[in-house]
Design a protein around this ligand. Structure first.
Ligand SMILES: [Ca+2]
Length: 464
C-alpha cells in the first residue's frame, strides 16, 4: 500500500513537471520594439498632419493604443534604465545620460533587468539595435547588429555646425544604399529571427535609432514629403514660466537654440528631416511586422512598441528632449496581445509599467523591486477604473505629474506650473500663478500627492 502511494506521488510529481514544462513551452513570445526620440508625430496619435506611419498605425489597430503614455526619465539613458529595471529615476539616481549600463554601475548589479528576468524564466533572449543606452549585450543571450547612430564613411555631414554642438546634431537627406542604413540592417536581422523556429519561447528586443539625431533619412523618403508645416508657438509663452525652467531646459549648450534655427532658416528643414526619419523607421517596422505575420510565431507573440521619450522641434521655442512638458514626456505606446482586446486607452500610463505588464502577461514570477503597476486591467478594458497618474522626472526633485486632464510640474526650488490639456493642449498658459483659483489650487493639491517621496542624489559612480 505504502509502495503504491509512493508510486502515485511520483507519478503526480512527474505529471506536474510535464505540465509545468508544457506551460512554459506554451508561453507567449515577446517582441519589444523601442524607437529612439519618437514623439507623437505618428498617424494614430495625430501629432502632425504630414506624418506617415502606416505600420505603427496597423500595429495600433490590432492592439491597445495608449494615447496618454509618458516616460519617467526625460532623456534616453534614464528613461531606458527606468523601464528596463522597473524603477523610477528618483529611486535610482540615474537622471542623465552619463552612466552607461555597459559599465554595470553598482546599483544595477543588485537588480534584475527585464530581459534577464525573462532569461531566468527559461526564455531565449535576443536583441538588436539600441535597447539599452550605451548598451550591454550581456543583458541578452543572442546579440544581433548594434551599429552606431550614424555610419562613418556612409553618412555625410549636411551642415557646418557651430562649435560646441553635440557631434550628432545634423539633419538632411543621405544618398547611399538604403539596405546599409543602420535601422534597415537591424530590421533585416530581426525579421530573420522571427522567421526561425526557436526551442524555447523568446524575448526579442529591438531598438531603432531614428528619428534620433542626426536626422539622416534616405533621399527618396526625404523628397517624398513637401510643404512642411512647422509647429505652432506662442511668442509670449515664456512670460509665465518660472526661471528655474529656463535653467533646467535651456542650459544645454550642445543642442541648437530656437533662435539659431529661426535665424539660419533651418527650422523647416529640421522638421522635414525628422518627419522623413519617422517615415523611414516606420518602413523598417513594417518589414519586421511582415516577417512576424508570415512566420511561425504570428499567433503567439506579444508585440510592444514604445518610444523612450518625446521631442521638441520648436514647440515652446526649444529643441530636443530634456523638459517636463508634454512634448518631451508624451510617447507612443502600443501593446498587442494575441487574441487581446483592441482599442484605445486615454488613461495616464507610464513606461515603468512595461516590465510588470509583460511578466504578468507571460505568467512569470513577480519582481518585488518593481515600482510600476501592470497595465493588464486596461488591456482587458481600456476604460477600466484607473487611479494612477504618470510621473516624469528631470534631474533631482524636478517632476511632472500627468492625469487625464492636467499637467502639474514642480521644480526643486518649489516653482510650479499647471496646464489644462482640455483647454490648452500646447501648454501655453501656466495656471499655477501666485494666486491660483480655488479649483486650480485643488487640482494642484491633488496632483502634488503623487510626487515621489524619495529623491536620491545623482549617481556618482561615473564609469571610467
Ligand atoms: Ca506660457
Amino acid at each position: 500500500m505504502k509502495l503504491a502511494m509512493t508510486r502515485l506521488l511520483c507519478l503526480i510529481s512527474v505529471l506536474s513537471l510535464v505540465s509545468e514544462c508544457t506551460a512554459a513551452a506554451d508561453r507567449a513570445n515577446v517582441l519589444l520594439i523601442a524607437v529612439d526620440d519618437l514623439n507623437d508625430w505618428v498617424g494614430c496619435l495625430g501629432g502632425h498632419s504630414q506624418t506617415q506611419t502606416p505600420n505603427i498605425d496597423r500595429l495600433a489597430a490590432r492592439g491597445m493604443l495608449f494615447t496618454n503614455a509618458h516616460c519617467q526619465g526625460t532623456m534616453c539613458n534614464p528613461s531606458r534604465i527606468s523601464l528596463l529595471w522597473g524603477r523610477r529615476p528618483s529611486s535610482t539616481g540615474f537622471y542623465d545620460n552619463h552612466y552607461h549600463v555597459s559599465k554595470e554601475p553598482e546599483f544595477l548589479k543588485s537588480h534584475i533587468s527585464l530581459p534577464a528576468h525573462f532569461a531566468a524564466s527559461s526564455y531565449k533572449t535576443l536583441t538588436a539595435g539600441k535597447v539599452f543606452h550605451g548598451g550591454t549585450p550581456r543583458q541578452s543571450q543572442v546579440v544581433g547588429p548594434r551599429l552606431g547612430q550614424w555610419l562613418k564613411g556612409l553618412d555625410q555631414p549636411v551642415h557646418k555646425k557651430p562649435k560646441g554642438w553635440h557631434r550628432t546634431w545634423d539633419f538632411g537627406p543621405q544618398d547611399y544604399d538604403e539596405a546599409k542604413f543602420t535601422d534597415h540592417v537591424t530590421a533585416t536581422w530581426v525579421a530573420e529571427q522571427l522567421g526561425n523556429k526557436h526551442d524555447k519561447p523568446f524575448f526579442l528586443s529591438v531598438g531603432f535609432y531614428r528619428p534620433h539625431v542626426p536626422f539622416f533619412p534616405p533621399r527618396r523618403i526625404y523628397e517624398s514629403i513637401d510643404n512642411i508645416q512647422i509647429p505652432q508657438i506662442d511668442v509670449d509663452d515664456w512670460n509665465d514660466i518660472p526661471d528655474v525652467a529656463r535653467k533646467v531646459t535651456l542650459s544645454n549648450p550642445k543642442i541648437p537654440t530656437h533662435d539659431w534655427m529661426r535665424e539660419n532658416g533651418r527650422w523647416q528643414q529640421a522638421v522635414h528631416a525628422y518627419l522623413a526619419c519617422v517615415r523611414w523607421t516606420d518602413d523598417q517596422l513594417g518589414r519586421v511586422l511582415d516577417a512576424l505575420d508570415s512566420g511561425p510565431h504570428a499567433k503567439n507573440t506579444i508585440v510592444v512598441l514604445f518610444s523612450d521619450h518625446g521631442y521638441h522641434l520648436g514647440e515652446k521655442q526649444r529643441w530636443s528632449k530634456f523638459s517636463l512638458w508634454e512634448r518631451t514626456t508624451h510617447v507612443p505606446l502600443i501593446i498587442s496581445v494575441p487574441k487581446g482586446v483592441q482599442g484605445k486607452s486615454h488613461k495616464p500610463v507610464e513606461l515603468l509599467s512595461l516590465y510588470p505588464t509583460l511578466i504578468d502577461l507571460c505568467g512569470l514570477p513577480a519582481n518585488p523591486k518593481l515600482e510600476g503597476v501592470s497595465l493588464r486591467p486596461l488591456l482587458d478594458n481600456p476604460n477600466a477604473d484607473w487611479e494612477h497618474v504618470a510621473v516624469s522626472t528631470l534631474g533631482q526633485n524636478n517632476h511632472a505629474v500627468r492625469d487625464q486632464r492636467w499637467r502639474y510640474i514642480r521644480y526643486v526650488d518649489g516653482s510650479e506650473e499647471l496646464y489644462d490639456h482640455w483647454a490648452d493642449p500646447n501648454e501655453w498658459t501656466n495656471l499655477a500663478v501666485e494666486e491660483p483659483t480655488p479649483s486650480h489650487a485643488e487640482v494642484i493639491m491633488r496632483l502634488k500627492k503623487h510626487l515621489p517621496k524619495t529623491n536620491l542624489p545623482q549617481q556618482k559612480d561615473k564609469p571610467k
